[in-house]
Design a binder for this molecule. Structure first.
Ligand code: SF4
Ligand code: SF4
Length: 275
């Protein structure tokens, strides 16, 4: 994102809107964007309405009133002159937007946001089978973000432990060697709001892998969240609960997928109908 300094009147409305604290008012009184901190989430551009007022009368009125210790301030949700200007993004910077702007679908999955369906579509995909658990590691958050060099450290560590990465996942699509968890070098210095690494393991490996992440997390320059998912048995009980209790975690179910999207017709039948 850039600021068109010819248009900006320095009202500072865009400063608190940025989730990465990348916008500030520079010495010349107009907004500036710290390009290293900006993750191209477009929140500033999308979140503020634009009035397209001509800049010079707005500046003139603001200066005149300032001289009288008065202030002319537009409504807080408006950029009065439409000064925020999206950049033409090229590779590798475009990766920032793909992972940070929830309105842009990932090329690898066609999904918006972090670009993963995780376990939400498990009844159709059967990705997580009985005896397995979906193990996702989320890195970064608004206000913190994450560089891919940190993501690379996590994926390599997981790969060393024999974890296999979900193919339909945007982070996996950036790997040159998914077996080794290696993220392509040209994106390592790119920063995004957050991303999700997706794997699955046998239930009996949950304590070990939680230990691996717990050990690694303090050395990462970001925040780490772990998401676990599993299939309930016929009584509605989930086998993860006991394992996590034993590991000393307080467990409650965060999300339940009821399976309403279950495929009820045999796939062959569905294909025939389409033909
Ligand atoms: S909201 Fe628009 S005019 Fe106000 S400081 Fe930001 S870019 Fe400049
Ligand atoms: S694009 Fe996002 S990160 Fe960049 S300045 Fe705008 S709100 Fe901040």
């Amino acid at each position: 994102m850039k600021v068109d300094r010819k248009k900006c009147v320095g009202c500072a409305n865009c400063v608190p809107v940025c989730p990465m604290e990348a916008v500030y008012i520079g010495p010349d009184g107009s907004a500036e964007i710290n390009q290293e901190a900006c993750v191209e989430c477009y929140t500033c551009h999308r979140g503020l309405s634009v009035e397209n007022l001509p800049p010079w009368p707005v500046r003139f009125i603001r200066r005149l009133l300032a001289a009288m210790n008065l202030r002319f301030q537009p409504e807080p949700d408006i950029c009065p002159t439409g000064a925020l200007a999206p950049d033409e993004l090229s590779w590798p910077r475009i990766v920032r937007r793909a992972f940070s702007d929830p309105q842009v679908p990932h090329e690898s999955t066609g999904l918006q946001g972090r670009g993963t369906a995780e376990v939400k579509t498990n009844d159709l995909t059967n990705r997580i089978k009985e005896g397995e658990t979906g193990f996702v590691v989320e890195l970064g958050r608004p206000g913190v973000g994450v560089y891919f060099r940190e993501v690379d450290r996590v994926t390599r560590t997981l790969a060393e432990k024999g974890m296999v990465f979900e193919k339909e996942n945007p982070v996996t699509s950036l790997m040159t060697d998914p077996g080794g968890g290696c993220i392509r070098e040209d994106v390592l210095e790119e920063k995004v709001l957050s991303c999700i690494i997706e794997t699955k393991i046998r239930l009996n490996r949950v304590p070990e892998m939680l230990g691996v992440i717990k050990k690694l997390a303090p050395s990462l320059n970001t925040v780490v969240s772990i998401g676990l998912s599993t299939r309930c048995n016929d009584n509605g009980d989930d086998p993860l609960k006991e394992i996590l209790h034993r590991e000393g975690y307080h467990v409650f179910r965060a999300k339940i997928n009821l399976g309403l999207g279950r495929q009820t017709n045999p796939l062959s039948e569905t294909k025939e109908k389409k033909l």
